[in-house]
Design a protein. Structure first.
Length: 480
């Protein structure tokens, strides 16, 4: 089930929290410029006046591509890091295609050419996205090609413009795919040697090797390196921080522990094999916002590229820290700790609600949540957007969960791993902070504008005619 924004609150937020560079419905360009260049001036256009600009119909192309992406992740049972990489590649290709077809108003990601006029941004988006999906998921290529043809046909574009859009969109995807062929993702799975003794990561699955020990070495999308945001070491075993986190996960994370709601939270955010994955859960939330906020093609592409790249680098950064510290999971600590080895007594027969096969420190879920929520919040200019989100369809007995803000959902998703028994609180806290740093970086990369208002336009706004000029300018931008 998708997101259902509470319309009255959303309308208030679109008037009260505009963001510079955002093209969401209801945001005043004049107000955004004034807030950026003259922070001492503070006023808000009344919602009734903003409505004079008329409603903006969102573009379905970005949503369609990401829906196909999420379904491909499910169908191929991708691991979270590989799924996140796909999310970045698909949405970066879509972003470059739409940006070039819209006049290159934002910095290109991989594309190095000039703006290409006479194209349909929606057609270019569909082709770039689906072409990338066909290469990333070759077993689904035929199905995806059929979907792509149907989506393009529904646009009703003339033959000449359609042909040019198809050729350009495909070239964008091919170029980015070629650039990522040797990014280290194909060699990230390797034989792992387990540690021993207190604090060392030890085998938690009787059948599986740890997941992707080399993923921290994959070429990032926005970070300078996989270790750019590597966290400091975890608490020492005899520290108060370790003892408190140990007791918390012991008392809340076992089978039979916790309240009904705590258990539902743990399952809601689990997103195991065959689901849209923890990264895909956040991609779905962002994708639903493109529909609920009625974003046009270019802003929707910017949002999804920011979230996609943030999720991909969240996986790289998280896995870098995981396999740098090789810290033991709660189930190992709770089974093996004694007063002599850890300063706290363990508990025999303890079983966690969920399972994991990577080192504990730091949490992948927390890094994904931090990165995606920060990118979404940066884009809309506020976290205070109430919404509801459903669990993955595989979790058929779970109900939709509703949140007062994006930040509230992100904190819950992060903490859910303690409730599931597979992460300490300090895993979550370090992960969330790391993710937020990555999300800010991703947002900045895909939302860098090259143009500022002309001096004459600024003078008009200061003189009191900003509303008329901003409304006209805004409508022209949204229609490009």
């Amino acid at each position: 089930m998708g997101i259902a924004l509470r319309e009255a609150q959303w309308a208030a937020q679109t008037c009260e929290t505009p963001e510079f560079g955002s093209e969401r419905r209801g945001a005043s360009w004049g107000l955004m410029i004034i807030k950026r260049f003259a922070s001492a001036i503070a006023f808000v256009w009344p919602c009734g006046l903003l409505a004079m600009a008329g409603p903006v119909a969102g573009s379905p192309s970005i949503s369609a591509v990401n829906t196909a992406l999420v379904e491909s992740v499910r169908a191929t049972r991708q691991s979270p890091p590989r799924a996140a990489r796909s999310m970045a590649m698909v949405n970066a290709a879509v972003y470059d295609a739409v940006n070039a077809a819209s006049g290159l108003r934002y910095r290109s990601y991989n594309y190095s050419g000039k703006a290409v006029w006479g194209l349909s941004p929606d057609a270019a988006a569909i082709v770039a996205g689906y072409r990338m999906l066909e290469m990333l998921y070759p077993t689904r290529a035929s199905l995806l090609a059929h979907e792509k043809t149907a989506k393009l046909s529904a646009l009703g574009i003339g033959p000449s413009g359609l042909a040019r859009s198809i050729g350009f969109g495909a070239s964008i995807a091919d170029g980015l795919y070629a650039a990522r062929v040797s990014d280290g993702s194909e060699t990230a799975q390797s034989i792992y040697t387990f540690g021993s003794g207190p604090g060392a990561y030890q085998q938690t699955s009787a059948t599986a090797q740890p997941q992707l020990p080399g993923w921290g070495n994959v070429t990032p999308f926005v970070m300078s390196s996989g270790s750019q945001f590597r966290v400091g070491p975890p608490p020492t075993l005899f520290s108060q921080a370790f003892h408190e986190a140990f007791i918390e996960v012991r008392d809340l994370g076992c089978v039979g522990c916790g309240t009904v709601e705590q258990n539902e939270i743990a399952r809601f955010w689990e997103d195991g094999a065959g689901t849209f994955t923890p990264a895909g859960h956040w991609l779905q939330i962002a994708n639903d916002f493109t529909v609920s906020a009625r974003l046009e093609t270019m802003p929707a592409a910017r949002l999804m590229a920011s979230v996609g790249a943030g999720l991909a680098d969240a996986a790289i950064s998280s896995w870098d820290s995981k396999y740098h510290y090789n810290y033991w999971r709660p189930q190992t600590a709770i089974a093996g700790c004694t007063l002599a080895t850890c300063g706290v007594e363990g508990l025999s027969g303890w079983v966690s609600k969920a399972a994991a096969n990577t080192p504990s420190y730091i949490s992948g879920n927390g890094t994904f949540a931090g990165a995606a929520s920060e990118a979404i919040t940066s884009f809309f200019g506020s976290s205070a957007m109430p919404f509801c989100s459903g669990a993955d369809p595989l979790a058929v007995d779970l109900s939709t969960r509703c949140f007062d803000s994006v930040g509230t959902a992100a904190v819950e998703g992060t903490y859910s791993r303690t409730l599931a028994g597979i992460h300490y609180r300090f895993d979550n806290e370090a992960a969330f902070a790391t993710g937020k740093s990555i999300g800010r970086l991703a947002y900045g990369l895909f939302n860098a504008q090259g143009a500022v208002p002309e001096p004459g336009t600024w003078a008009l706004m200061v003189a009191g005619f900003g509303f008329v000029g901003s409304s006209i300018r805004r409508r022209r931008q949204l229609q490009r």
